[in-house]
Ligand binder design. Structure first.
Ligand code: HEC
Ligand code: HEC
Length: 508
């Protein structure tokens, strides 16, 4: 009863806390929305809607009759210094009204009501949403420092920015709505969009031959891409490890992991890679390489980058292979000879927007023999942490629910590995909330971090003496769920990448 009450009160507290946060969020948004009427960008008044008035030599307003004079006042008309009629009021342009409505509803929670990314939600996301007032755009088919084309903007709005909070909008907006949105965005920095950009002609990608890929690898080494992106393009280059690696807005930034196509923000096709390399990403340390390398060299490089992208193998169940001896080395050749399964990791949701976890994919392999089962989990982490710099350690959790009937979980086993001491702690309990450390720790951990990749082998006997432990046997199918957390980003506990339940089968 006591436990129940404690549980209940903590849940209640949790709910009250969320409610409070939400109220603050709504209030802040409302305050912001209130202020827009003051700060809106003045709409243009159509020529034919102007009153029949003129400015005389003295700069005085002269109208055809009193009705027109009244109308001129309503339209807030004045004579400016050049002696021209200037009207700022009246009915705003319907495209402007539509753009503003859509922007404030769909984009402002991150990009800010004033387009400056000063939104309450923005401080929670990495990378921060774009500040449109800066006039700097990362994703363009145009030269460095130039505005993106309409197509560039539409590409990002439709496809989102994988690996960031920028959502995919697909075909949610009609053509008219899309035009209204992008025209509205341009108003945040009109000067930039007055520039006539040099648009890159992106041709068709060449055939990916082994020679071309090898030539591309050479450009990769020659151009020192590895200094930031790591020797194999996993975003683990030494420059990215430095604390002062920042974008022009002053925020910490990381080189992209070029092996996970689903994390690439500017598109993952060969022609998208060519565009990123050619134009650079303004506002970031990713420069344009169009002066340093020829069109063909950039195609070779893009072809190489395409060739190192992972292809997710999501097929279930993962076959756990029978072997003579379970490996004690994370790079034992046995691991190359058995099947693997990829699992996609998601993050928690905050006010309906998915918080993107740092670990987006875990690759699992399993082997067993008469006495032991060894599970190896592999994932990309740009910089290893061992609980230093006031950050939590990198960590991994493997949940194994034990099913008594088809849908009923009778017990959960939880194996918690952390990088700080390279140990794994075995826990068990009936529910998530009741997890307890077990007296006998039956899990052996072996780990490595190399070229941006963590590999952790967790080995346990097929059967143990603990009654709450799952028993493994040939032919059996088990379910697992994985959490992997990146300490560098303060991920710990329930914050971090988490998978759904996947199945694995002990192959007879
Ligand atoms: C949940 C937060 C969120 C919402 C909602 C959101 N964005 Fe974004 N947006 C981002 C983030 C974060 C980035 C920056 C990604 C990066 O830096 O790589 C971004 C980037 C962009 C870019 C790319 C800018 C560049 O530098 O090339 C455009 C364009 C954009 N957003 C437009 C929109 C529009 C239009 C909407 C509404 C229809 C919208 N966004 C809604 C978070 C959001
Ligand atoms: C000085 C560091 C640095 C160097 C050198 C560098 N990059 Fe980058 N690169 C970055 C950063 C940082 C990003 C991510 C920017 C962001 O988060 O928006 C990036 C992004 C990219 C992207 C786009 C990723 C996406 O999300 O779409 C590609 C492609 C890329 N780099 C390829 C290369 C290649 C190829 C080279 C060598 C010719 C190279 N980079 C050299 C820092 C660097």
């Amino acid at each position: 009863m006591k436990i129940l009450l404690k549980n209940l009160s903590s849940k209640l507290l949790h709910a009250v806390f969320i409610l409070l946060l939400f109220t603050v969020f709504i209030t802040v948004s409302l305050i912001n929305i209130d202020t827009i009427s003051v700060q809106t960008i003045a709409a243009e008044v159509d020529e034919e809607d102007l009153p029949y008035c003129k400015c005389d030599e003295e700069g005085e307003l002269k109208c055809e009759d009193d009705d027109e004079l009244e109308y001129a006042e309503e339209m807030e008309c004045e004579c400016n210094e050049e002696g021209e009629l200037n009207c700022s009021g009246g009915e705003p342009d319907p495209q402007f009204v539509l753009g503003q409505k859509l922007f404030n509803g769909h984009c402002a929670p991150c990009h800010g009501i004033n387009g400056d990314a000063e939104a309450w939600g923005s401080s929670f996301i990495y990378p921060r949403a774009r500040d449109f007032t800066s006039g700097m755009f990362k994703f363009r088919s145009t030269g460095s420092g130039e505005p993106p084309t309409d197509e560039d903007l539409i590409f990002i709005i439709k496809n989102g920015n994988p690996g960031t909070a920028m959502p995919k909008h697909g075909d949610r907006f009609s053509e008219e709505e899309m035009t209204a949105i992008i025209e509205y965005i341009k108003l945040f920095n009109e000067e930039t969009f007055e520039m006539e950009p040099d648009v890159f002609e992106i041709g068709d990608p060449p055939e990916p031959t082994p020679e071309l890929i090898a030539a591309g690898r050479e450009v990769f080494m020659n151009a020192k891409c590895f200094e930031c992106h790591g020797m194999h393009g996993r975003g683990d280059g030494i420059k990215g490890w430095q604390d002062n690696f920042k974008d022009d807005w002053g925020y910490r930034i990381w080189p992209a992991n070029l092996q996970h196509p689903w994390e690439l923000r500017n598109g993952a096709r060969t022609q998208d890679l060519w565009r990123s390399i050619s134009t650079g990403l303004d506002g970031t340390p990713m420069a344009s390489y169009s002066d340093a390398y020829s069109v063909d060299e950039r195609w070779a490089l893009s072809t190489y980058l395409k060739s190192i992208q992972w292809e997710q193998d999501l097929e279930q169940p993962l076959q756990i292979s029978l072997v003579d001896k379970t490996p004690t080395d994370t790079y034992d050749p046995v691991w190359d000879s058995v099947d693997y399964m990829d699992i996609t990791m998601g993050g928690k949701k905050l006010f309906g927007f998915g918080v993107v976890p740092r670990v987006t994919n875990a690759r699992l392999r399993g082997v067993y023999n008469k006495s032991e089962f060894a599970l190896m989990v592999e994932w990309i982490d740009k910089k290893p942490n061992k609980a230093d710099d006031n950050k939590p350690p990198d960590s991994l959790a493997v949940y194994i629910p034990i099913y008594s009937a088809v849908d009923a979980i009778s017990n959960i086993n939880l194996w918690n590995w952390r990088s700080s001491d390279d140990q794994t702690y075995e826990m068990a309990g009936k529910t998530d909330a009741q997890m307890k450390k077990q007296k006998n720790n039956d899990i052996k951990a072996i780990s490595s971090y190399k070229d941006g990749i963590y590999r952790v082998i967790l080995t346990r006997n097929m059967k143990t003496s603990d009654s709450s432990d799952i028993k493994f046997e040939p032919g059996k199918t088990i379910k697992v769920k994985i959490r992997a957390r990146d300490g560098e980003f303060h991920e710990q506990g329930k914050v971090g990448g988490v998978s759904g339940q996947v199945s694995m089968e002990f192959k007879k």
